[in-house]
Write a protein that binds this ligand. Sequence first.
Ligand code: ADP
Ligand code: MG
Length: 252
Amino acid sequence: MNGQSILSLRGLHKSFGDIAIIRGVNLDVAPGEKHALIGPNGAGKSTLFHLISGRLPLTQGEILFEGEAIHGLPPHQINRRGLARSFQITNIFAGLSVFENLRLAIMQRRGLQYTVWKFAHRLREVHDETMHLLEQVRLAARSDTIAGELPYSEQRSLEIAMTLASDPKVILLDEPMAGMSHEETSYTTGLIREIAQGRTVLIVEHDMDVVFSLCDRISVLVYGEILATGTPDQIRNNAQVKEAYLGEEIGA
Ligand code: ADP
Ligand code: MG
């Protein structure tokens, strides 16, 4: 599948000091695929995302995005090529309105400074794009709300919108439903399904209902190694996976 994959991880290794955390990960993600990364706490899922997004350097291996090596590039350059990561730790400015937060993110992508605001046509474009994104994540009615006063799940929606501001081809979502109620989780799952259209998504998620309903394929990471990759059915029925991880999660 290498020829047509949008993201390829080849022989990835990452150590912190003497401790090997990622131990030879190979993974190919096809364009448009929704791929889940699951595994026990401490398996190295977030570390793998940090490697892909350029936040941490590799110890060994290659990361290809659209066939080109991106490892070694700084995070903003990787982002510019079309790979965006949503942070577990929210990067919203709590004191700014929902609209202002998103407008800033869009300006950042367009490389606009505040000084450019005197050009009215740019202002209109940025305004329209901001409103469009707010509608996409169902926050249009919250446009003037101070971000810090949004309910938790709507803050996550804003964070997703800010991830989309760079118009990425590939989105990395690290536990987007963490800390959410059942209701908030199903709301956000629907939202992710919508924004994922036409994009490639790699998602770390513990809620197996969400994973099974959202994703085309699943990879199971255990102690820094991929134990199995397959369709939800293949993973559900994989004896090794059940033993190492899934048994407790799905109560099988
Ligand atoms: P997961 O997201 O699967 O729960 P992580 O990738 O966060 O796992 O962590 C994997 C392991 O790597 C953990 O044992 C963690 O303590 C360790 N680790 C993560 N980041 C660092 C770091 N910067 N320095 C040292 N150890 C780290
Ligand atoms: Mg993690």
